[in-house]
Design a protein around this ligand. Sequence first.
Ligand code: GRG
Length: 307
Amino acid sequence: MTDEIPTETDTASGADFAAGLVEKAAVINETLGELVDSRTEILPHLRKAIKYTLDAPGKRVRAAIVLWSCEMVAGEIKPAAKTAAAAIEMVHTYSLVHDDLPAMDDDDTRRGQPTCHKAFDEPTAILTGDALLTLAFEVLAAHVEDPAVAVRLIKTLAKVAGPEGMIAGQMADLASENTEATLGVLKQIHMNKTAKMFAGAAAMGAVAGGANDDEIEHLLQFGLKLGLVFQIADDILDVSGTTEQLGKTAGKDAVQGKVTYPAVVGLDESRSIAVEMTDKAMLALYIFGKKADPLRGLAAALLDRTR
Ligand code: GRG
């Protein structure tokens, strides 16, 4: 271990990061395919909808963080990390399917294709989300060999995705539409809605890799900061990106009166806050030294992402 704080030149290049993400996404897609295919009693219509949503080209960022985090602490991707990566991708995908429903954000496009309720119907989309959410916890219970690791992974995922995490954020996000939220309230919403899932991903990878409590805590802090940057970038892209580029409807936040960073502090200040948060994310990695370079590359790339 080293207490040296790496400089920008120590981080992986954008090309390294992109190649790393492609490699991780292949592992995640294969694991997701195996896990769903091995559940032979899923009815054909539901299976079709599950595969439709899971096979769509999501970026797999949260799942990749699980794998990078495990690789960093253990020197390899442990089987438990593959299961954990698939589980968090299932929970994330469920949240997108439900978020797109008419009762929530009412969207037609997701991951570059018609949303689940448009391609199928609303009851199927509700049940697809329910199925992905429950399957995530079943695979962790069934496939993680060490029961203590399985319980810790289940607890972490439930905490960050549940009523004190993503669901709290979604609830507050809906309640804040067309209100004048302060920066503090906005940060709280983004922390819960988005950042905690990133923190959970980083912590789950660490748990799967056998990290100690101090390492897990640093990775949780890294994930929180990174997740906030990811959401600020999302808010900025909603203003500056196109629907084709994003694979989802651009410009919706303003139409729906969403509380976002650009709406509250403007585009320039949003970018400054994202840069500052990225620095804080990098700082949380200092205890890992050079081994954290892939996560540093990820943090640098998320700051400048275009989709
Ligand atoms: C419905 C319980 C429930 C929660 C919904 C995820 C979410 C909470 C809402 C979706 C809308 C939104 C802007 C959420 C913030 C998190 C976010 C930016 C999600 C999109 O994640 P990406 O860009 O998506 O990683 P892909 O498709 O690449 O996986």
